[in-house]
Design a protein around this ligand. Structure first.
Ligand code: NAD
Ligand code: ZN
Length: 358
């Protein structure tokens, strides 16, 4: 008999106290309402946000209220549905949009639900995915393509961030500079290549991650602590600068360098989040160059999920080289440590791994 029907308890990673650290504990399996589903989680992946919550950084202290199960990236199987659920059935393999949107505010009604006025974040405002089971409202669920294995399905949420950053405008035949080779910058490299960028340059002080970027097909990988990034980009572009800059570092100096090497009339899309206000030369590097700056947050719901699913199921992008580590849930701290040390790409927690890659 299924455990979830007998009111058993489950394992979960929970932030209990307003201090550094987390706990691996037994908690009750969540109850569902009429429009909710219960999901048995197969795999969940660790995001930088989870590490902020673990470390209890300034951001976490202001944004997070314990106790809460963390995590917002996952894939799992629906095991129970509420009486009014119509869109999914028991047995469906799902992931979910981590922005739990309201569905009725001005932005939601105008196709901009990624900036929903009332959104709640999975794993921050709602119990998250680092657990054996998860309860979610059906309207945030995404039914997974059968051709996408669990290790790839769980990373669709951050992959979608990269999709929207790369594709805020067309990149075909364009020259592209990617700042930051963290997991999302690396996804972006694969997407830019798949969409026909003619030159992809990536910059990151982390050599481990630069090595992965090569596997994703970037043409030039630069360590800005060892090489002059501006000079390298100008030499590679006949001193024109690049057509497109994609910012994933959250580093002010990198942003500034990116603006300096962006061609007049070009575009920059910024996903990276900065610890403090940034300092850039707005007159010289933005206004008089007539560039376009896009801020990117979350993903388009659900148009970006369709694109993400097709990039992965078609083989247009192979995220394999970026997924560097897998651990059982109880070893989540090993993953957090690797992320803090930058010695990883994407780290995945395998929870019930019945759908491992064939
Ligand atoms: P990450 O922290 O793993 O990657 C950032 C990378 O930038 C690291 O590899 C780091 O070494 C590199 N870096 C640091 N200084 C640099 C410099 N001067 N030049 C070039 N690279 C430099 O983060 P991630 O998970 O890949 O996410 C990328 C960024 O996007 C982060 O800032 C994250 O906070 C942000 N983010 C934003 C959203 C959103 O909705 N806007 C969503 C997810 C993540
Ligand atoms: Zn809304």
């Amino acid at each position: 008999m299924a455990r979830e029907r007998r009111g058993y308890r489950m394992k979960a990673v929970i932030k209990k106290k307003r201090t550094k650290g987390m706990a691996f504990v037994d908690v009750p399996i969540p109850k569902i309402g009429p429009r909710d589903v219960l999901i048995k989680i197969n795999a969940a992946s660790i995001c930088g946000t989870d590490v902020h919550i673990y470390d209890w950084t300034r951001w976490a202290q202001h944004r997070f209220t314990p106790p809460r199960i963390i995590g917002h990236e996952f894939v799992g199987d629906v095991v129970k549905v509420g009486d009014e659920v119509t869109r999914v059935r028991v047995g469906d393999r799902v992931s979910a949009e981590s922005h739990l949107t309201c569905g009725y505010c001005y932005q939601c009604n105008n196709g901009n639900s990624e900036v929903c006025r009332n959104f709640r974040l999975l794993g921050v405002d709602h119990n998250g995915t680092f657990a054996e089971f998860l309860a979610l409202p059906e309207h945030v669920l995404w039914k997974n393509d059968q051709d996408i294995p669990d290790e790839w399905a769980t990373i669709q949420e951050p992959f979608g961030n990269a999709v929207d950053t790369v594709l805020s405008e067309d990149v075909s035949t364009k020259t592209v500079l990617i700042l930051g080779a963290g997991p999302i910058g690396l996804f972006a490299a694969g997407i830019a290549k798949a969409c026909g960028a003619s030159l992809v340059i990536i910059s990151d002080p982390n050599n481990y991650r630069l090595a992965i970027s090569k596997k994703m097909g970037v043409h030039i990988a630069v360590n800005p602590r060892k090489q002059d990034l501006v000079q390298t980009v100008l030499e590679a572009t006949h001193h024109n600068g690049v057509d497109v800059v994609l910012e994933f570092s959250g580093n002010n100096q990198a942003l500034d360098q990116g603006l300096k090497v962006l061609i007049p009339g070009g575009r920059i899309s910024v996903l990276g989040i900065y610890e403090r206000r940034v300092n850039i030369d707005l007159n010289k590097d933005v206004i008089f160059k007539k560039i376009r700056i896009y801020g990117v947050t979350g993903r388009k719901i659900f148009s970006t999920w369709y694109k993400t699913s097709r990039f992965l199921s078609s083989g247009l992008v192979n995220p394999g080289p970026i997924i560097t580590h897998q651990f059982p849930l109880k070893d989540y701290e090993k993953g957090m440590k690797l992320m803090k040390d930058g010695k990883c790409g994407k780290v995945i927690l395998m929870i019930h791994d019945e759908h491992k890659r064939r």
